[in-house]
Design a protein. Structure first.
Length: 297
């Protein structure tokens, strides 16, 4: 089943279009990563697909429903950490929110949920005493109440230490294994690349790029950079003597960077290095990362 289907979604504030004709389909059980510069329209997009903001035009279908009021109970949304109830204890806050979502779990289950997001024994501490990272974690826990089919996490790991970030990524993968659909925004592009099945790059309210991380990275490049580690180091003169069509870029330590037309030239370059009597330890084509693609979008 399709979890989210959007056709030509537009949201305008006066004369300014925050979203401009976005079309997108997210399948059930998919982890979809959504990235964009500040002001690109990510928050507006989330607010429209969850029914917080009305659309200016276009069609939104969530979990098979066009009337979003009918499926709000099936969505779990990570709230802004500034809007938490400061004087409630962590487990008390989750129990309160769980009752609003008709979540039937026991108090012990709420503690288990806090453990799952990395809060451990912090359930009896008041939220006003939580660090920024702890507030992030309890916001994630709140989004999981009510056993939602669609989970929307906005910057879930920003401000978290590396260990906590890894634990949250593992939790997201576990949710996917349980059949949940996860919509994830993040400024951590390495994280998005590692965890997402597909990625959408938003720019000035339009979906600029869309595809799997590999599809986005494998868009044909005009040139390919190859990093070579040899002993002794490969010099510019060595490259000029190669029959392969390679251009010397730079060298640093034992590494030399070459520019080639295509990776099919790599075997010829390897042979030329070996024939010259140099020891070849590594030759690696350097493809664009998702971060490179984002910065060039």
């Amino acid at each position: 089943m399709t979890a989210v289907h959007i056709e030509e979604l537009t949201k305008a504030f006066g004369a300014k279009k925050a979203l401009d004709g976005i079309s997108l389909t997210v399948e059930e059980g998919e982890i979809f990563g959504f990235v964009g510069h500040n002001g690109a329209g990510k928050s507006t997009f989330i607010h429209t697909i969850t029914g917080v903001l009305p659309t200016s035009s276009g069609k939104i279908t969530v979990l098979g429903e066009e009337n979003l009021d009918n499926v709000k109970g099936c969505m779990g949304i990570m709230p802004d950490t500034a809007n938490l109830y400061e004087y409630m204890k962590g487990v008390q806050f989750l129990k309160f929110m769980g009752e609003l979502k008709n979540d039937k779990r026991t108090k012990k289950d709420y503690y288990s949920l806090m453990e799952a997001v990395g809060l451990g024994v912090e359930g009896d501490k008041k939220i006003k005493d939580y660090s920024f990272g702890m507030r992030k974690k309890i916001s994630i826990a709140q989004a999981l109440l009510g056993n939602p089919e669609l989970i929307i996490l906005d910057e879930p790991t920003s401000g978290l230490d590396p260990e906590s970030s890894i634990k949250i990524r593992q939790l997201v993968k576990q949710l996917q294994q349980e059949g949940k659909t996860v919509f994830l925004t993040s400024h951590n592009l390495d994280e998005i690349e590692k965890i997402s099945d597909r990625v959408g790059i938003l720019k000035e309210g339009r979906m600029e790029k869309l595809g799997t991380p590999e599809e986005l990275k494998n868009v044909e490049q005009e040139k390919l950079t190859v990093v070579i580690r040899t002993e002794p180091v490969l010099e510019k003169e060595d490259v000029l003597q190669m029959e392969a069509d390679a251009v010397f870029l730079q060298k640093e330590g034992p590494n030399t960077w070459l520019e080639v037309e295509t990776e099919t030239l790599i075997p010829a370059i390897s042979k030329a290095i070996i024939d010259s009597g140099k020891q070849l330890y590594e030759i690696t084509p350097k493809k664009e990362s998702l971060e490179d693609i984002f910065m060039n979008t």
